[in-house]
Design a protein around this ligand. Structure first.
Ligand SMILES: Nc1ncnc2c1ncn2[C@@H]1O[C@H](COP(=O)(O)OP(=O)(O)OP(=O)(O)O)[C@@H](O)[C@H]1O
Length: 246
């Protein structure tokens, strides 16, 4: 049974670097009237969620409310500072351009690496299929990813992450960088995966997209779930989205 359970989960990002401890920085803090000692920002604050098969969760909230961080916690990119996270099922995270890729490695090595991280064996046929989906020139296979434009990079990461079906899809504002034609093709592939997945979690500011895809909205603000969040049918959640956006 595919499921995601979070119990009182918190995540603090450490802020400190050597600069925070310098005399100059402390002096500046005094002059600006800021207190010494704030070395972490709490991005997720006591979040509890119980998500079962069939859930299409929309994470909604203002910039910095914790949507991306929550998805990264569930994907296992970050460990929780406190609380408990239990994920049952094969997870496919599409979390943005910085997640998972090694920009100094050539494109095909990145594809192999990402497949292995996902528990798949990268055969030449699988890599050929993934590359064909990107529609990029063949010579680019052997170039390091740092030489790719953000749209090209997104094509490679998207094609790799979506090459196989998954039980749980985690999507963070995904298709905004690619050009229109690839975006349409990618959306078709994504919608097929959404149909096949047991659980989908989508972070977005796009109310229309959330309305179309989700049957439950989790509104976040400053790392907390706000309002009377609860599971429910599409119409209840859609109404709730209207209320949240009002
Ligand atoms: N690497 C980081 N180091 C320190 N603080 C961070 C880091 N990443 C995010 N934060 C902080 O954590 C909080 C939550 O950020 P997060 O990116 O999860 O929000 P979000 O809801 O996805 O925002 P947006 O809608 O702008 O994408 C914010 O206060 C942000 O400043």
């Amino acid at each position: 049974m595919t499921s995601i359970t979070l119990s009182n989960v918190c995540l603090d990002y450490p802020l400190y670097g050597a600069y925070d401890f310098s005399i100059k920085r402390r002096l500046m803090n005094r002059l600006l009237g800021e207190a010494d000692g704030a070395h972490a920002v709490r991005a997720i604050d006591q979040v509890s969620l119980d998500i079962r098969s069939g859930a299409r969760i929309g994470l909604f909230g203002p910039n910095g409310s914790g949507k991306s961080t929550l998805l990264r916690l569930i994907a296992g990119v970050y460990p929780a500072t406190s609380g408990r996270i239990e994920v049952r099922g094969r997870v496919m995270p599409l979390l943005g351009l910085s997640a998972g890729a090694n920009l100094d490695l050539v494109a095909t090595d990145n594809i192999s690496l990402l497949l292995r991280i996902g528990g798949r064996r990268p055969t030449p046929a699988i890599i050929d299929d993934i590359w064909a989906f990107t529609e990029l020139e063949d010579r680019m296979r052997r170039l390091p990813l740092r030489t790719f434009s953000s749209g090209m990079l997104m094509r490679v990461l998207f094609a790799t992450a979506t090459a196989f079906p998954a039980d749980i899809l985690l999507l963070d504002e995904w298709l905004s960088v690619v050009d229109e034609r690839f975006s349409a093709k990618a959306e078709r592939r994504l919608l097929e995966l959404v149909d096949g997945a047991a659980i989908v979690m989508l972070a977005s500011h796009d109310q229309e997209l959330l309305r179309r895809v989700c049957n439950r909205i989790v509104p976040l603000d400053r790392g907390r779930i706000v309002g009377a969040e609860g599971g429910g049918e599409t119409d209840r959640s859609a109404r709730k989205l209207e209320e949240i956006c009002a």
